[in-house]
Design a protein around this ligand. Structure first.
Ligand code: ZN
Length: 653
């Protein structure tokens, strides 16, 4: 099986393998099959959450692709196809990462030609709307640069809800939403539900109210399917706790009651004995500038036994790491609870995890559940492996590494070090530290995500060079830590700029966090020349002169970032993020873009899912699940729209 599938625009499509699926026992395979059907059933929810026009636009573009009678081997049609592929990739009209509206790349007149020469009677039109008016509206949304500009705006100068084009709030001012949820939170104790997580906040005749995402409510048609497949899965669970929490999840989807989601999350954290696991729900809040609304996502996975040993060693030693961290004693946990960790292989990616996917998961997000019951943390082995296989031969290392020594170190230790960083970040980093009594993490407002990722990364960077890791048998040599430091700073100071358009600043939380850390240590170590830029042939490289001193700087910043989180110090958070994480050196940026363009690789990757087929012949009961890797990108996207397109295109009109 080839990892690399295809490349277009700034994207590449890869394929992950599902190692050992054939050897799982039948019951587990069927369990995975039903859960994966549930994982694909919520696709339309995410599309609609991302923008209210997404489902309509997708349906128009797909009808053109399927029925256009004009010539297809032209440059114009190629450009149209690339646009459609980009929209599929982003689950909507905004770039999945920058969240800016994707430029069509072809002309308005060509769009009209595409419409004219496609089967007009197979276009889906919202009820009560005329065909011409509908198409004119779609055309305007695609081509008018002033409309639906950006999915998530973090520009603190503006009203974040007005300047964001997501579909989580209707006619609501930022201050109104903040007050609405602030009041709800203030009315209950510390162990409150995640108010607002599963609803659209709307203002109708001056009154704020929530449209809850549940069976019979908003997104009910897709949720009905998710519930159907979860019910099938119920018969194949590995243990009673799985049965219980799937039951609770179904109840939650049925009623929309967030207390049930917390109950489900608590049982889910406790369930550790099964091999198969999944995420299915409204989970991450990155799509909402206020960090309240959960985008729908799902992942189904099973344990990678070998690699799990590595993460287990870390979590068994969680208390040691907490005790020895450079953080102020008052902000340390006296007892680190339930930092469970395992390494998994994904079997299916859905919703906000598809096709672009995280390489690790740490859930639940509810802070009080994490503190009281711990969290589940996983590294996704088959995804990181696919990335690594793809990255070794794409030319990036040769162009941007500062020396041959660095390249060799990366090839030898890069994979191990990268995985270890993810394990430390997910298993220990996020779970470490405690917040002062009376401090709410929302005090950090739109800086929270960046500060939290910074904290987890620093924890990993600080410890990856600790002798304890060698003692625990996790690292064969101190060279591994050096490889990680090289890679981190090379990325934070240089290569991640390849993902930013010329003239723009950094907005995405993880990127802000990486630049924040890299620039901060660069500045802080200037007097001792810990890290420096070196120049050769008009190219800039990063050189680390003192790895031990660098580690101490990581520790120093970790201490400060933990204090900021623990005390809810908004002012300090803003200063750190704005001074180090946001602004881009224009001259360096330009140079990096030129160099990157020459290597010609896509900065973003996404993954195709395998195809599963449930065998029920000859007696009607499931007797095997087959897996295939032969579906191409366009076929998969069209099939998903057909088989899992459960929501009407005008759900918001
Ligand atoms: Zn993280």
């Amino acid at each position: 099986m080839n990892v690399f599938v295809e490349k277009f625009a700034d994207l590449k499509i890869l394929r992950y393998s599902v190692p050992g699926f054939e050897n799982l026992d039948l019951k587990k395979k069927i369990y995975i099959y039903y859960l994966s059907q549930a994982a694909l059933s919520g696709r339309d929810i995410l599309w609609d959450q991302n923008n209210k026009n997404n489902l309509a636009i997708r349906s128009v573009l797909e009808n053109i692709w399927k029925t256009y009678k004009g010539k297809r081997d032209t440059q114009d049609f190629k450009l149209f196809e690339i646009y459609l592929k980009r929209v599929w990739f982003s689950n909507g009209i905004h770039h999945h990462y920058s969240t800016e509206k994707i430029p069509a790349g072809f002309s308005v007149s060509y769009f009209d030609e595409l419409i004219d020469r496609s089967k007009w009677w197979s276009f889906k039109i919202p009820s009560g709307v005329k065909f011409k008016a509908f198409i004119a509206e779609i055309r305007d949304i695609i081509f008018n640069p002033e409309r639906e500009k950006k999915r998530v705006s973090l520009d603190s100068e503006k009203d974040l809800l007005h300047s964001s084009s997501n579909n989580y709030y209707h006619d609501v001012e930022q201050s109104e939403a903040e007050k609405f949820y602030g009041d709800l939170k203030a009315s209950v104790g510390k162990e409150s539900v995640s108010f607002g997580l599963n609803s659209t906040l709307v203002k109708e005749s001056g009154q704020l109210s929530e449209k809850v995402w549940k069976l019979g409510g908003k997104y009910g048609k897709a949720i009905e399917q998710i519930i159907f497949w979860l019910n099938q899965a119920l018969n194949y669970t590995e243990n009673d706790l799985q049965k219980k929490y799937i039951g609770t999840l179904i109840q939650y989807y049925t009623t929309g009651d967030l207390a049930l989601f917390d109950e489900y999350s608590i049982d889910w954290v406790k369930e550790l004995s099964g091999e198969v696991d999944f995420v299915n729900g409204f989970i991450e809040v990155y799509g909402d500038p206020l960090g309240i609304k959960g985008s729908w996502e799902s992942i189904v996975n099973y344990k990678d036994t070998e690699a799990t040993k590595r993460a287990t060693i870390l979590s068994e030693n969680a208390q040691w790491f907490e005790d020895h961290s450079p953080v102020d004693p008052e902000f340390k946990k006296t007892e680190v609870k339930g930092v469970s960790a395992k390494v998994i292989n994904v079997a299916i990616l859905g919703g906000d995890c598809y096709p672009a996917t995280p390489i690790g998961i740490n859930l639940p997000n509810s802070e009080w559940i994490r503190e009281k019951y711990g969290s589940k943390s996983v590294t996704i082995e088959n995804i990181t492996q696919a990335y690594f296989l793809d990255s070794m031969n794409n030319g990036m290392l040769e162009e941007f590494a500062g020396s041959m020594e660095e390249i060799e170190r990366a090839k030898k230790f890069g994979y191990l070090a990268g995985n270890l960083h993810t394990d430390l970040h997910e298993c220990l980093g996020h779970g470490s530290g405690k917040v002062k009594d009376g401090v709410n993490t929302e005090a950090l407002k739109n800086y929270y995500s960046t500060i939290e990722e910074t904290r987890a990364d620093l924890f990993a960077l600080y410890y990856i060079m600790d002798e304890q890791l060698i003692k625990l048998g996790l690292v064969p040599s101190p060279e591994a830590a050096k490889a990680e430091f090289d890679a981190y700073l090379r990325n934070g100071l240089i290569t991640q700029l390849t993902r930013i358009e010329q003239g723009k600043n950094i907005e995405e939380s993880h990127m802000r966090n990486r630049q924040l850390i890299s620039c901060w240590v660069f500045e802080a170590g200037k007097a001792q020349n810990v890290v420096e830029f070196i120049y050769s042939d008009g190219k800039t490289f990063v050189r680390i002169n003192d790895y031990q001193a660098l580690r101490i700087l990581f520790g120093k910043l970790l201490k400060e970032v933990q204090r900021i989180k623990s005390e809810g110090d908004l002012e300090a958070a803003r200063n750190l993020v704005e001074n180090f994480g946001v602004k881009v050196d224009r001259q360096l940026h330009e140079e990096i873009l030129v160099r990157f363009k020459k290597i010609d690789i896509a900065p973003y990757a996404g993954f195709l899912n395998p195809v599963y087929e449930l065998k029920t012949w000859p007696c009607g009961t499931p007797n095997d699940v087959l897996i295939r890797y032969d579906e191409d990108y366009i076929s998969q996207m069209l099939r998903y729209s057909k088989e899992f397109g459960f929501l009407p295109i005008d759900s918001n009109r």
